[in-house]
Design a protein. Structure first.
Length: 743
């Protein structure tokens, strides 16, 4: 590695998404400007820096210095300090404010910020509140800089520093130096690798059994992020030895310790995924030993036992017979229920727990409305719920009844992460109907069932062919596969829905057939449709999507590109991933204007944005789409409108926002949009699955546009083996219901 010290003369390019920078850099020794490339925090012209990296030769741009680590050098001169503070390290203060501060304190400016920030009130125009804000951001900058230095010393990418600071704040340095494995618990995905690198290079390196214990917990956490509830024991042992070079004896000892402390459960189960190459199946016994973390083991056990108990506690007879109720509902809503719908309604009226599943256009929503009305007519208290805010709002609109997110129904407390509703304080409802049940993961279902009275009826409604939930488990599919719960399947497509090319195309995809696609240029203007734009590379696909969303679709169909058109992609990264597409779509749909930096993007007034995680304090939820209404001139706050309701974000919580022009297919579940656009490229090969394509197409109400190659479309349709998940719920339910199973 080579070290260069000098200053940035000019920024040629900077990516707001990841900080990748191309700049002209003058070294102190030669004074000759050179090109430097790499990720640099708060890069700005005039900034003094120490760069570590190596010289490379680009085939087009020639010799350049590739940055591996970048360290800001605090300047000693007045002009150096001025340029340093103007580089953006303190949000919310512009050039004029920086000039007033530096003109007032001169060469002592940095000392004042470090040791006596209250003196900022001496500067004209800076009051107590503004001084406190500047002091707080400077303190954050100092701590983040120290975190970056520690990471750099341990060979870890500095880009993790802001996230570590958001987790631990002023305690960050203590955690890194004394409790590094806390990162494994708190920082999904990369946290363990950072902690492991820190611990192994420290003076007090962990003992091998302690490291093995951390590895086991990391593997289980990693698996849960991929949707698994458990992991085959053989797979864990293989990973520990192959990836972490830990001896099997140490790994076995760590597993025993974790089991004895009840942090994990190791037990034999019937092979949950028989065809999975890494399942570790015992061919002679037909079962495998798997490892659960205690939380997920308890969740699946509780779901199975609770549903079995509800099934065994048959429902009390209704005061009105089923046939009379069904006839009454048809008359009230001027409906003629299909044979499937009528059978489903009668079955639900007779059961304590029931499942309704079917594809688009089969009348699930009409059936929900009918079930709610039928039970209400008998005097029952009916409650409607859904996993997401968008899904709850949609079901409330079509039924004209209140509907809640499951978290709100259960009284989730943001501060302590606990639910108000539980067995001692259950939900006051005789019937609970949950829509979009395919999105419910094992932990949420566990909490829902814990808050339901034994006498309450539960109706789960969902499309089992859609993607599984984002969280661990595959609850709806497992409940159906158990054959222990009445399942009402809606197969008949209603005549009006059957005329929709989107509905017809979705059912063809589900059955493994190619949908009837119309080339975009041949589509009748203003009509519903399932269209195709051919493009053969990810870069061309991205360009075609931007052109279609910003020009062609609005012109041909009258849709507003900022409100009506939703791009959905299988992945985040790459030319046709959400991060890059969001940047391109923002530039095309909402160019110009000042903004505020987020984690991946700069937000501007008028931007379409998505909230990325549940925030019960703000009452906005993972996947909610809104529009940036306005931005504080100082950049300290922005306001987002969600269905007309303003929500404020500060620099401390802006990481909960992302641009919403392009989102993943998973994030789109539970929502419908007037128009949906989806890239299809073989570069996304591992994600090209039939249920993903089916889910994307069914998000569109009027127009679905697929952009890519026919080969990628064919791959997606043929791939009907989605990523399998290790779960044990189906067998647990059979056992709880009195059937003999391997477990």
């Amino acid at each position: 590695m080579i070290v260069l010290e000098g200053r940035i003369e000019r920024i040629a390019f900077r990516s707001e998404s990841d900080g990748y920078t191309v700049a002209r850099f003058t070294t102190g020794s030669s004074g000759t400007p050179v090109t430097v490339v790499g990720r640099v925090e708060h890069a700005a012209a005039g900034q003094a820096m120490k760069l570590t990296g190596q010289w490379t030769t680009h085939p087009r741009y020639g010799e350049q210095f590739e940055i591996q680590a970048a360290e800001t050098i605090v300047p000693a001169t007045v002009e150096g300090i001025r340029g340093y503070l103007q580089s953006g390290i303190i949000r919310g203060i512009g050039t004029a404010t920086v000039n007033r501060i530096v003109d007032h304190f001169g060469g002592q400016t940095i000392d004042v910020l470090n040791d006596a920030p209250e003196r900022l009130r001496e500067v004209q125009g800076i009051g107590e509140v503004r001084a406190a804000s500047i002091a707080g951001q400077w303190r954050t900058h100092r701590i983040v800089s120290e975190i970056m230095e520690i990471l750099r010393d341990h060979g870890i990418r500095e880009a993790h520093a802001p996230k570590i600071y958001r987790l631990y704040g002023a305690d960050s340095l203590h955690v890194l130096q004394n409790e590094p494995y806390r990162l494994a618990d708190d920082m999904a995905g990369t946290g363990f690798y950072i902690a492991d690198a820190m611990a192994r290079r420290s003076d007090n390196a962990p003992l091998e059994p302690d490291r093995a214990r951390a590895c086991v917990l990391h593997i289980l956490r990693d698996a849960s992020l991929a949707g698994h509830v458990c992991v085959p024991l053989g797979q864990i042992m293989d990973r520990i030895q192959r990836f972490f070079e830990i001896e099997s004896a140490a790994a076995e000892y760590a597993l025993d310790r974790l089991a004895q402390s009840e942090q994990i459960v190791v037990e034999p189960i019937r092979n949950p995924v028989p065809e999975h190459p890494d399942s570790g199946r015992d061919e002679t016994g037909g079962e495998i030993r798997v490892v659960f973390d205690r939380t997920h083991h308890n969740a699946e056990n509780h779901i199975a036992s609770r549903i079995a108990a509800m099934q065994n506690n048959g429902p009390e007879p209704l005061p009105v017979d089923d046939t009379t109720l069904v006839n009454m509902i048809e008359a009230r809503f001027l409906l003629s229920l299909s044979i499937d719908q009528r059978k489903a309604l009668e079955k639900v009226l007779q059961c304590r727990v029931a499942i309704i599943t079917g594809g688009p256009g089969t009348g699930k929503t009409t059936l929900i409305k009918s079930i709610a009305a039928a039970f209400s007519a008998t005097g029952s208290i009916v409650c409607l719920a859904a996993p997401t805010g968008r899904a709850a709002r949609r079901i409330a609109e079509v039924t004209q009844r209140p509907a809640y997110t499951i978290h709100r129904l259960l009284g989730f407390h943001y501060e302590d992460g606990c639910f108000e509703k539980d067995p001692e304080n259950p939900v006051e409802a005789d019937v609970i109907i949950v829509d979009e049940a395919s999105m419910i993961d094992a932990l949420l279902m566990h909490h829902l069932l814990a808050a339901i009275r034994p006498t309450t009826r539960l109706v789960l409604v969902g499309d089992m062919f859609q993607l599984p939930p984002v969280g661990p488990g595959n609850v709806l599919s497992d409940l159906i596969d158990s054959d222990m719960i009445p399942v009402c399947r809606l197969n008949e497509i209603f005549r009006q829905a059957g005329k929709s090319p989107i509905v017809a195309g979705a059912h063809r995809i589900r059955e493994g057939g190619a949908p009837d696609l119309i080339p975009f240029g041949q589509a009748p203007a203003g009509k519903d449709g399932l269209l195709f734009i051919e493009a053969d590379t990810p870069e061309k696909i991205a360009a075609a999507i931007v052109s279609a969303c910003s020009k062609e679709i609005p012109r041909a169909f009258g849709f507003n590109p900022s409100e009506d058109i939703q791009v959905v992609s299988p992945v985040h990264k790459g030319a046709a991933g959400t991060i890059h597409l969001n940047r391109l779509l923002q530039a095309a749909v909402n160019p110009g204007g000042d903004g505020v930096d987020g984690v991946h993007h700069r937000f501007k007034a008028g931007d379409r944005v998505m909230h990325l995680k549940n925030n019960y304090k703000k009452e906005v939820f993972n996947g909610d789409i809104g529009t940036v209404a306005d931005i504080d001139p100082g950049g300290a706050e922005l306001r987002v409108l969600y269905d007309g309701r303003p929500v404020s974000y500060t620099p401390e919580d802006i990481d909960e926002l992302g641009l919403g022009y392009a989102i993943t297919v998973h994030k789109s579940q539970g929502s419908e949009y007037p128009a949906v656009v989806m890239p299809l490229t073989t570069k996304h090969y591992t994600m090209l699955q039939r249920n993903l394509l089916y889910t994307a197409v069914t998000r569109a109400r009027q127009l679905a546009v697929l952009v890519g190659t026919e080969k990628a479309l064919s791959v997606a349709i043929r791939n009907n083996r989605p990523r399998q998940r290790f779960t044990s719920l189906a067998d647990r339910l059979r056992m709880a219901s009195g059937h003999t199973v391997y477990i």
